[in-house]
Design a protein around this ligand. Sequence first.
Ligand code: GTP
Ligand code: NA
Ligand code: MG
Length: 290
Amino acid sequence: DPPESLKFRPPVVTIMGHVDHGKTSLLDAIRQTNVTSHEAGGITQHIGAYQVRYNGKKIVFMDTPGHEAFTAMRARGAQVTDIAVLVVAADDGVMPQTIESINHAKSAGVPVIVAINKIDKEGANPSQVMQQLTEYGLVGEDWGGDTIMVPVSAHKKIGLDELLENILVLAEVSDLKANPDRPARGVVIEAKLDKGRGSVASVLIQKGTLHVGDTVIVGTCYGNVRAMTNERGERMKKAEPSIPVEILGLNDVPEAGDILNVVDEKTARSVAEKRMEKKRTSELHQNQKV
Ligand code: GTP
Ligand code: NA
Ligand code: MG
């Protein structure tokens, strides 16, 4: 897209870290403190990602475990994350999955913000965590490095503002842009078959704007977007870059990481059929091997 058609888009953030270091608690705390009251009253749907608004700006959090978000999507060549928040428990320190997370983020070229969690706990030692992280190339700004490290407590809701502010600052310097004025391209976060609604796919829009009524191809599936909702179950007519939506109307259930593209109806059907054929052939080969 030509540079003049690029516009700022909200950052998409993934939370990573060792088991039980507080990833879910931190997301919950952020969500609780950053939804408006009428939103909180709605029926929340699980769509794999959600938007929060902070100081009037949107931040999109991936609700899938960080590792899955990275591996399943990247295996298909889709990159969904702009920023990784690495959660490290202040009482436990750097653990095997902390290191794995750092490696995932590094190989994806995604900048890391460290949230040193559970600082309310007895035995919490944030500077020891900072010390340990230096061994993996993450050096805090206080220590002359360039990694943002924020002490937080999901339980006591300490440091959440600072964390969100830093996410927005990093988003700004990362110059996140996309052209909203073109046919949409997106990536499937998760998908399922719903008894009443049929194929339901959560899609993160990456470029362009998706409209109800658009014809899309998604992996080996295709269809017209019959309806779209956000994570609060609210109907939407369109979705712009970085916005996660649930879409109805596909002829089948796509896979996480599948790419969505808006195309004309004829192309949608023929490309989907070709891909389906290719998939069948390769599955047949797989079966013959074993
Ligand atoms: P997995 O998804 O299983 O990897 O865990 P997680 O990283 O999502 O951690 P989770 O949020 O489930 O928290 C693990 C435990 O730590 C729970 O018992 C939480 O109550 C506790 N915990 C999380 N954050 C804090 C905190 O800020 N302070 C204290 N004291 N406990 C916390
Ligand atoms: Na847990
Ligand atoms: Mg969790």
